[in-house]
Each structure stands twice: as structure tokens, then as C-alpha cells.
Design a binder for this molecule. Structure first.
Ligand code: SF4
Length: 373
């Protein structure tokens, strides 16, 4: 199935932002989509959430409104019980047009509508103030925590501004995480090495059966190649690693495809994360994707309340993928997402590691990008 190209069926416009230039620009990109103004955003999202197919329907609608709180936060998965990379998030879009069976948003968001916070200047002033007041620190930010960072941008049009903004700051890096191959609008931008385009990758089988509407693995790697050819560095996230028949061959094949197409020196980092979920997600996902087998194995509740494979199985997954990655990309920085130190030690053979160490390691990789002016 080809990658889904998002076009909302309906756009809701918060009256408080109706006159903003950014809203007019978005509406001009989809002139024939029905629009509805509202002064009751809370009531609108409450009604949307109460529908039987709330999450599926919400993907087809766009809400343009104002963010009243802070745009910036640290990764919501942060906990003292795991080694954490201190990733920071810019929460400017909620929702995604793709439909992965394991997507945590299905059980996480109270508001199912794809939502874009148009008061982007407030976000930039938060970033400006953080970067200017901490010139000695390195910041790694991403926009892909609650959305796909690339697949909605032909309508929302924010990446060009974000990339230009980060290009001004030697102490910051923007990571755009995606399962899309639609990168052409990013290729000519003056990023000065301060944006990394990152792909979540998996086996071809998992892409086909669980990551609905996304670009194929070959298309994602092809898009990464295009980005590298135009001077970007890229990253790959094997996340979530999923046990399934033929998983070893499947993951080896994905690493092989990456090796064939991508110059190792252009890869900033490669991460691994095994399937993890809070219990309510399993219920919601099985309702929406009754044929998915991925939640039917045995799982244990971990330090953060999330269900994961037993530690020996996770270790086997990490050891295996790490071996493949090391064979092809021995000099690329690897890391594991949200696992305690003992899992790192058994999986990657690294001891005495900590969140501070991982943060410094990734900051050094990030700073290396900043040399690419
Ligand atoms: S690409 Fe990410 S945000 Fe989008 S549906 Fe898949 S897991 Fe969810």
C-alpha cells in the first residue's frame, strides 16, 4: 500500500486564531475542505472523544487552535529507573495520519483531533530564551513525540521555519522523526547541520502488517539517502523491536538495506527500543486492529508501569540487532531507549553507564553535526 498522503476531511478553527496569517496559509493549501469556526474548543474535543471511532475519525479532522501552556518539555517517558538520553520535545502538533497498531497515542490523548497549535511565535520565544540563557549547554529537541514530524507538513508548513530557526543556534539540534518518505520540501533548506532527519525502521513484515499507511522500509531508506546526498545527517530508530516469525532475518535485511544506501559517516545515532505499552493501549489497539498478534505474547510490567517482553527476551533482541548494526556501522553511536542499566550491560556489553553519560555521548554526536556549516 503506498504511503498515505494526508488531507483532512474537515478543519475546525478556534475563533481566537481565525485571523492569524498562519491559519490563512493553511486554509489556502486546502481551499475545498469544509471548515467550521468554534469558540468552544474544549466542548468540540470532548464531543470528538465521545464518538465510537474517535481515534480513527480524529485522524481525518484538523483543529487549529492556540496552545496556552508551555510548548517545550522533556521526553514524557523519563524516569530515574532507566538510562535516559534527556531528549526534549516541542509539542506543536498532536495526532498523526499514519495508523500503527502499537501507537501509544491511541490510549494517551484526550483529544483525538489532529491538532496544530498555531501560536508558533510563542514556541520560538520559549526556544530562544532557553538557548540564549544556556549557551554552554547542548539541546536535542524533536517534534515527533505526539505526531509524525514530516507526514503532515505539506499542509501545516512548519518544518521550514523550524529548520531555519535551529540553523541559527550552535548549541541546539532538531531531530525530525518520521515514517514518511516525503522529504523533497526539506532538501534545499539551509540547515547548517543543525537538523537531523530520523526514521523509525523495522522489518519489512512489521511495516506491512502493523505500520499502516506508512512508507515502506525501502522508501524510508531511499528518503534518508536523498537527505544525506543534500548534506543532512540522519538517524535510525529500531523502535519498537517486535518478536515475530523470522524477526532475525527481517532485522538483518533492514540493516543490510541501510548499509547499501547510507554512508555510515552521515548517521548521527541508531537507537533500539523493544515493544512497550501501558495496559489500556492493548485493549484499544486490539479493538481497532483485531488481527494484530503483537500483544498476544507474554509481557511483564516494568519499572514505569509499561508492559514489556521478559528481560532475557529483550536482551536477546538488543544483542541481535546490535550485532547486525555493529557489523555494518561499527563507528555509529548506538543507544537503547528506556531500559535499566543491567539490560544495557547484558545487551551492549557496556557497564557503569548513566543518564548523564548517555546525554553527554549524544550531545557530542549532536555537536559534531554543528561543525557542518
Ligand atoms: S507514525 Fe508514530 S505517531 Fe504516527 S501512528 Fe505510527 S506510532 Fe503513532
Amino acid at each position: 500500500m503506498p504511503e498515505h498522503i494526508w488531507r483532512p476531511d474537515k478543519i475546525y478553527i478556534d475563533e481566537a486564531v481565525a485571523d492569524e496569517k498562519r491559519v490563512r496559509q493553511i486554509l489556502a493549501r486546502v481551499p475545498d475542505v469544509p471548515k467550521e469556526a468554534t469558540s468552544e474548543v474544549k466542548e468540540l474535543t470532548r464531543r470528538a472523544a465521545s464518538k465510537e471511532n474517535a481515534f480513527t475519525e480524529g485522524k481525518r479532522a484538523l483543529l487549529l487552535t492556540r496552545h496556552k501552556g508551555k510548548f517545550l518539555s522533556v521526553c514524557p517517558a523519563f524516569t530515574d529507573s532507566a538510562v535516559c538520553c534527556t531528549y526534549r520535545t516541542i509539542n506543536i502538533v498532536l495526532g498523526c495520519n499514519f495508523d500503527c497498531s502499537y501507537c501509544f497515542l491511541q490510549a494517551y490523548l484526550n483529544n483525538p483531533l489532529t491538532t496544530f497549535y498555531v501560536n508558533v511565535e510563542d514556541m520560538f520565544s520559549e526556544l530562544r530564551s532557553l538557548f540564549d540563557s544556556n549557551p554552554e549547554k547542548t539541546f536535542r529537541f524533536g517534534t515527533g513525540e505526539f505526531t509524525d514530524s514530516v507526514s503532515l507538513d505539506h499542509i501545516l508548513g512548519i518544518n521550514q521555519e523550524l529548520i531555519a530557526f535551529f540553523a541559527q543556534y550552535p548549541n541546539a539540534v532538531l531531530e525530525l522523526k518520521t515514517k514518511s518518505a516525503r522529504v523533497d520540501s526539506l532538501l534545499d533548506l539551509d540547515h547548517r547541520g543543525r537538523t537531523i532527519i530520523a526514521w523509525s525502521v523495522n522489518t519489512k513484515f512489521i511495516q506491512r502488517t502493523e505500520e499502516h499507511k506508512t512508507a515502506t522500509i525501502e522508501e524510508r531508506i531511499g528518503a534518508a539517502k536523498k537527505c544525506v546526498e543534500t548534506g543532512y545527517r540522519v538517524a535510525f530508530h529500531f523502535d519498537p523491536l517486535i518478536l515475530h516469525e523470522g524477526w532475525e532475518t527481517g532485522y538483518r535485511e533492514t540493516v543490510r538495506l541501510m548499509r547499501e544506501e547510507i554512508n555510515p559517516e552521515s548517521i548521527a545515532w541508531i537507537s533500539y527500543g523493544s515493544l512497550r505499552f501501558l495496559s489500556p493501549l492493548k485493549q484499544e489497539a486490539q479493538k481497532r486492529f483485531p488481527a494484530t498478534p503483537i500483544f498476544s505474547g507474554e509481557f511483564v510490567k516494568g519499572f514505569d508501569g509499561k508492559m514489556r517482553y521478559f528481560a532475557p527476551l529483550r536482551t536477546r533482541l538488543y544483542q541481535t540487532i546490535h550485532r547486525y548494526v555493529q557489523e555494518s556501522f561499527p563507528l555509529v553511536t548506538p543507544y537503547i531507549c528506556m531500559e535499566p542499566e543491567h539490560v544495557w550491560e547484558k545487551s551492549l556489553g557496556l557497564s557503569d553507564i548513566s543518564s548523564a553519560w548517555l546525554t553527554d555521548t549524544l550531545d557530542i554526536s549532536a555537536k559534531a553535526l554543528n561543525g557542518k556549516e
